[in-house]
Design a protein around this ligand. Structure first.
Ligand SMILES: *[C@@H]1O[C@H](CO)[C@@H](O)[C@H](O)[C@H]1NC(C)=O
Ligand SMILES: *[C@@H]1O[C@H](CO)[C@@H](O)[C@H](O)[C@H]1NC(C)=O
Length: 413
């Protein structure tokens, strides 16, 4: 059972407790026969801590078993930057090569370029760090282009990148493309990055100056993002510099002074998350989850699952980084959540019983019925969608005719 279950959830921070938990869930799942029928929910997880930060990440990449890691999480940076950390999410398109390459090499391109080095040695100013980050992006893009040309341009893939570099004094938000990063401070959204969509006036202007057009909100009617690494087909207008092309690899870098005690958490996520959750909504949800668990992988998984149930069809990746000022687990909130789960389980039972001789209603019916009722204490931002797992588990337990492939995005239609 364990062997069956393990590959379904690759966990990179193994410890005996975790293994025991996996073993238990493996057992439970096997006896209930309930959950193994959901390849779509297969996730890659990781977590860690250091420099007074804790992080957890989750990514779910559709039906395919291909586990490509499109994250970077590094606590303690090279070149003696022990007290600095770096996190990033890469969302690839038209293939995964560029996302993969950036995931492995972007940080080194940033920290080793001479502009960044100058910021560390000669003139340690915020502007110099920002400039060094920008140089790293332009440099890795040029480097990947050279590799791609050597292979006669077989790689047509591209990738957005959103990240944060956290120094002892500042948070540097870095964005290139339509993923998004945000900072929650003092119980509210304090900052979020701007998405680079072809329709934005500045992006549109650059695209048009490079001889392209924006149609159906896409560059030349095809690419939905106006800044990205890779995408070299969109970077070959003669006489124009690298940041003047149809698609630009130039990141926007914002420096925010840290605020000890007030800074709560940072979320980095690709557009599959933001398509179905607003900034405030997601922050409220995360805050409510942090009050019931300090397991950041679990919180990240709940974000991804909730977005799936809210109808996102995209690949989803999320990194959650917590500062010491993040909300703490509260016994009150834990109890409220347990009560809510019990209440929902009771409701599911009631709905199934009500159907009587007509047989067991399908899960879509159960969800719709629940959605039409006013249920107290649902998690803010996540609402009923965030409780889908609990509802489904109860439903499966009570349904003797459970089919093994009740795959449930159906209800959207
Ligand atoms: C994203 O999902 C789609 C459809 O499920 C898949 O074809 C594509 O390869 C995925 N992309 C990545 C980067 O995993
Ligand atoms: C974009 O459209 C312009 C104008 O039609 C064309 O000259 C250019 O080759 C196109 N570029 C790409 C990458 O499609």
């Amino acid at each position: 059972m364990v062997i069956l279950f393990l590959p379904w959830k690759l966990i990179s921070c193994f410890n005996p407790l975790h293994l025991f938990f996996l073993f238990l869930t493996g057992l439970i799942r096997d006896t209930m026969g309930a959950f193994l029928d959901k390849p779509k929910m297969e996730k890659y997880n990781s977590c860690g801590e250091g420099n007074n930060l804790r992080y957890g990440l989750s990514s779910m990449q559709g039906w395919r078993v291909e586990m490509e890691d499109a994250h970077t999480a590094v606590i303690g940076l090279p070149h003696a930057l022990d007290h600095w950390s770096f996190f990033a999410v890469y969302d690839g398109h038209a293939g995964s090569q560029v996302a993969k390459y950036c995931c492995e090499h972007l940080l080194e391109h940033i920290t080793s370029n001479s502009d960044f080095q100058r910021a560390l040695q000669e003139d340690p100013s915020v502007d110099n760090v920002k400039n060094g980050i920008r140089t790293g992006f332009l440099q890795i893009d040029e480097h990947m282009r050279t590799i791609s040309e050597k292979k006669h341009g077989v790689d047509r893939s591209g990738s957005t990148a959103v990240g944060v570099m956290i120094s002892p004094s500042h948070i540097y938000f870095i964005n290139c493309g339509d993923s998004r990063g945000l900072l929650s401070r003092g119980g509210a959204v304090h900052f979020f990055t701007q998405d680079h969509k072809p329709n934005n006036p500045l992006e549109k202007e650059r695209i048009q100056k490079a001889g392209g057009s924006v149609m159906i909100q896409r560059v030349n009617g095809s690419l939905a993002v106006s800044r990205a690494l890779g995408d070299f087909d969109y970077k070959c207008v003669h006489g124009k510099g690298p940041t003047e092309q149809l698609v630009s690899p130039e990141p926007e870098v914002y420096a925010i002074e840290r605020c000890e005690g007030e800074d709560e958490f940072i979320i980095l996520a690709c557009d599959g998350i933001w398509d179905v959750m607003g900034n405030e909504q997601l922050c409220d949800f995360v805050r409510s989850r942090l009050e019931v668990t300090d397991d950041l992988e679990r919180v990240s998984n709940e974000i991804v699952d909730t977005c799936l149930y809210k109808g996102s069809r995209d690949n989803m990746s999320v990194v959650l980084i917590c500062f010491p000022g993040a909300p703490k687990v509260s016994p009150d909130a834990v109890k409220k959540e347990a009560d809510l789960d019990k209440y929902l389980e009771g409701k599911v039972e009631e709905i199934i019983k009500k159907q009587g001789d007509e047989g067991v209603p399908d899960l879509v019916h159960v969800m719709r019925t629940l959605a039409s009722e006013s249920i107290p204490n649902l998690p803010p931002g996540g609402e009923l969608a965030s409780k889908r797992t609990v509802i489904e588990a109860m439903y499966n337990k009570l349904n003797p005719y459970r089919s093994d492939d009740t795959y449930l995005l159906k209800e959207e239609g």
